[in-house]
Design a protein around this ligand. Structure first.
Ligand code: EUG
Length: 781
């Protein structure tokens, strides 16, 4: 049997190469198992490398050395099949040409390995400090091709017709490619064995917990309660966990729930809340669990029971074309709402954030934003149904007035505040209630035109902000535009950092400049993405005003989507800005292996002076902590959301520590100048909440008063948004110093997961190969 695996394209580094080869080996083993009577077994692997320099063969050699070196078993194998010919051949065709690496499983290569391994061992015996793997080349440069060719290897993510949280069929192949790109850059295993079994809620014995869970199972069905006792799987955006934060900052197993419960209705949510009060067990509601960069689905208090609302409460309760509004449950994603409106052929738009898989309801109550004229999600909601922490049920707005004969109030989705204090606000970014239904206004479809403007100098930043302010205040700008630094033009190609720069430090400015010059944006510093709406005449006159205003900045250049290549980022922005949910922003995560991200999200006035202070803090501290700075500014007339996306490698405790340290110092430095965040990761909630401390923490004392009144037993999401119920206060739960950094890696056995995994993976595969070899021998005595 001759099996040939060909990887066309390029491998970015040793780990990709290792993974690819071993995946081939694994396939082969499976094939052999599938047909034990097959008489010949040989394997040919072609890896075509872009030959950056002749050293780029080293990763392959190194991994094979390591493979042999780390297990005695494979050495034994070398004697098993003396009859085969060549083992390894390398042929190079000169610099900058493809390099063919053929590996045949024949004895000579094994001998070559043994020789080189004994050399290494000899060297190591002489000098125990000599590295185990002698030559690890700098990361190989990657071409776009590579990312696309691996695409058949991952199981497809679920589609919307298969799962409420799935991807629309129209995006299935894009999702597949995104998944394969992420996996091609992943070195961590899918999961590792759990350190401990179930993480119990605080102050709860295993016995009391088991009894409480048994009673919950009685209440809402055994199949709707799952213990979190299996290995944790980070997955990815479309197959994400509800057990922990997939983008863990501290140890993966630190922020975990004890169990997940799946209520199917508002009434069942009330049952769960009453159960939590009875057993004094904290619960943590999630809609879909895609609060990425802010904690995902992880409870702030480890061992809390996650109430996964989305799985069984994902109905679009109503779409009212006349009122241009809808009512949704927590499990309705932007994808799902968009597809339903298309299915019904309604001339309506939704508003979506940059990624379309999130919960419409969940994003709004976390005060997320989108990019059509109705991009302020909380401002465009109308009416809520809320389960309070004592189990009582509340409808806000006109929903408080009963409709005739018990129907829903006809004005519920038409008028927001109703009568008396406007209560909806206290259910956003809080832990005061579980929102089970929410109304939203929809936009009427309209013509639209997206565009891109580039600015040549880094120092243009304050001037750009000054130009935007009046345009936005006068509503000449049609939406919340994004202003991005040019380094993001590199990032949104989906190519990893190693494609652009091989050093470990942040990409130097001159390297970004050199690459940008080759990209459609050209050599520039800032890139502005805007969209105008209305009829053609209106759009054209707005564009004239916008071009004229920005022309004050020397060297600015204006582009329309038709001026740019089909794979340019602008086309996905144009979709987002016309309410079409997409996945393009996932490309951020190809920047580093095992990439995770954290958002630092301060608000500043739309004013040069303030913008510069906040930006300078970011520049200085990103440099200090060794991270690339990726600022995306969502600029309105009076304020801007300055979003810095901190991208770190989940496999590196060092990067995790630095990312946490960076966040902490950014929050403190911004607050010192009077700037605060609009939203933050659960691990930094205490610190951010603590910066809003005017008049002896009047705001937090107010929030605590409400919390204690509504949730006297402190069961609902303790610590969410920095609000702790009284039974937790003063007991050391707050994270306000360097606790996060200090917690990183404390529980993990090795500081360098790469090495750890490589060894683990290597020995695992070798053992499997060994088994197949025996099988082979047994079938051919
Ligand atoms: C983004 C914007 C946000 C946020 C997180 C990410 C955009 C990333 C305006 O709010 O909270 C491209």
């Amino acid at each position: 049997m001759a099996t040939s695996y060909t990887a066309q394209g390029l491998m970015s580094n040793l780990y990709n190469a290792t993974k690819f080869l071993f995946r081939c080996f694994e396939d082969l083993v499976d094939e052999v198992h599938g047909d034990p009577h097959e008489s010949r077994l040989s394997m040919l692997i072609h890896c075509e490398y872009e030959l950056v320099n002749t050293n780029c063969v080293n990763p392959v050699l190194s991994l094979l050395h390591e493979w042999v070196y780390t297990t005695e078993a494979s050495i034994e194998l070398t004697k098993a099949q003396p009859e085969y010919g060549d083992f390894l051949s390398f042929s190079t065709h000169g610099l900058s040409c493809p390099l063919m690496v053929s590996i045949r499983r024949t004895p000579n290569i094994r001998q070559a390995f043994i020789n080189s391994v004994s050399e290494q061992r000899g060297a190591r015996e002489k000098n125990p400090n000599s590295p185990k793997v002698p030559h690890i080349a700098p990361p190989l440069h990657l071409s776009r091709n590579w990312a696309w060719t691996m695409s058949t290897h991952q199981p497809p993510p679920p589609t919307l017709s298969e799962k409420y949280s799935g991807v629309p069929e129209r995006l299935a192949s894009i999702a597949q490619e995104a998944k394969d790109r992420l996996w091609s850059n992943k070195t961590l295993p899918e999961s590792v064995p759990r350190r401990c079994n179930v993480r119990l809620p605080p102050g709860t014995s295993r016995d009391a917990f088991d009894k409480a869970i048994a009673s919950l199972r009685c209440d809402i069905g055994a199949e709707n309660v799952a213990l979190n006792d299996q290995p944790l799987v980070d997955g990815w955006y479309l197959e994400h966990p509800n057990t922990h934060d997939a983008f863990h900052v501290v140890d993966q197993e630190d922020l975990v729930c004890s169990a997940v419960v799946y209520p199917a209705s508002t009434a069942e949510v009330q049952v769960v809340v009453k159960w939590a009060n009875l057993h004094a067990i904290p619960i943590y509601p999630i809609s879909m669990g895609r609060n990425v960069g802010y904690g995902g689905s992880a409870p702030r208090v480890p061992g809390a029971v996650v109430v996964d609302l989305g799985k069984k409460m994902n109905r679009i309760v109503d779409i009212d074309p006349e009122n241009a509004s809808c009512v949704v449950e927590p499990g309705v994603s932007y994808f799902a709402l968009y597809e339903e409106i298309q299915r019904r052929q309604l001339p309506l738009w939704i508003d979506t954030p940059d990624l379309g898989g999130g919960s419409v309801l969940g994003n709004a109550i976390d005060r997320g934003v989108g990019y059509t004229p109705m991009g302020d999600h909380f401002a465009n909601h109308c009416g809520m149904e809320v389960v309070l922490p004592n189990g009582e049920l509340l409808r806000t707005g006109m929903g408080a007035l009963p409709g005739k004969d018990g129907v829903d109030n006809p004005t519920w989705q038409s008028f927001q505040p109703a009568y008396g204090p406007y209560s909806d606000g206290i259910f956003s970014q809080s832990n005061f209630g579980i929102v089970c239904q929410m109304g939203f206004w929809l936009m009427h479809e309209t013509a639209h035109q997206s565009y891109m403007i580039t600015f040549p100098r880094d120092e243009d930043f304050p001037d750009i902000v000054e130009v935007i302010r009046p345009l936005a205040q006068k509503r000449i700008l049609g939406n919340i535009p994004q202003l991005r630094h040019v380094v993001q033009e590199l990032n949104v190609t989906g190519l990893p950092k190693s494609h652009w720069y091989s050093g470990p430090s942040p990409i130097p400015r001159e390297v970004v400049r050199k690459h940008a010059a080759q990209l459609p944006c050209g050599e520039c510093s800032w890139v502005f993405y805007g969209t105008q709406y209305g009829d053609d005449a209106g759009i054209n006159s707005q564009l004239d005003m916008i071009k004229s205003a920005f022309s004050k900045i020397k060297g600015s250049k204006f582009f329309l989507p038709k001026d740019l290549p089909v794979d340019h980022y602008i086309h996905s922005r144009a979709l987002v800005c016309s309410g079409v949910p997409v996945l393009r922003e996932l490309d951020w995560l190809n920047w580093k292996p095992n990439a995770a991200h954290l958002f630092f999200s301060p608000i500043t006035p739309t004013r040069a002076e303030d913008a510069k202070i906040v930006h300078d803090i970011n520049v200085r501290l990103h440099r200090k902590y060794g991270f690339d700075l990726f600022p995306t500014l969502c600029v309105a007339g009076r304020e801007m959301h300055y979003i810095a996306n901190i991208i770190y490698d989940r496999a590196s405790n060092d990067e995790k520590r630095r990312a946490a340290g960076l966040m902490r110092e950014l929050i403190a430095a911004a607050a010192k100048e009077g700037y605060g965040e609009y939203r933050t990761h659960i691990l930094f909630a205490d610190q951010v909440a603590g910066t809003y401390k005017w008049n002896n923490n009047a705001l937090m004392r107010f929030n605590e008063t409400i919390k204690d009144a509504l949730d006297p037993n402190g069961i609902l999401a303790p610590g969410r948004n920095g609000i702790w119920p009284k039974n937790y206060r003063g007991k050391g739960w707050q994270l306000i110093g360097s606790e996060v950094e200090r917690a990183v890696g404390v529980t993990s056995t090795s500081d360098n997961v790469h090495t750890c995994y490589s060894t683990y993976l290597v020995s695992n595969i070798v053992l499997r190969l060994y088994a197949s070899e025996l099988l082979h021998e047994m079938s051919h005595p």
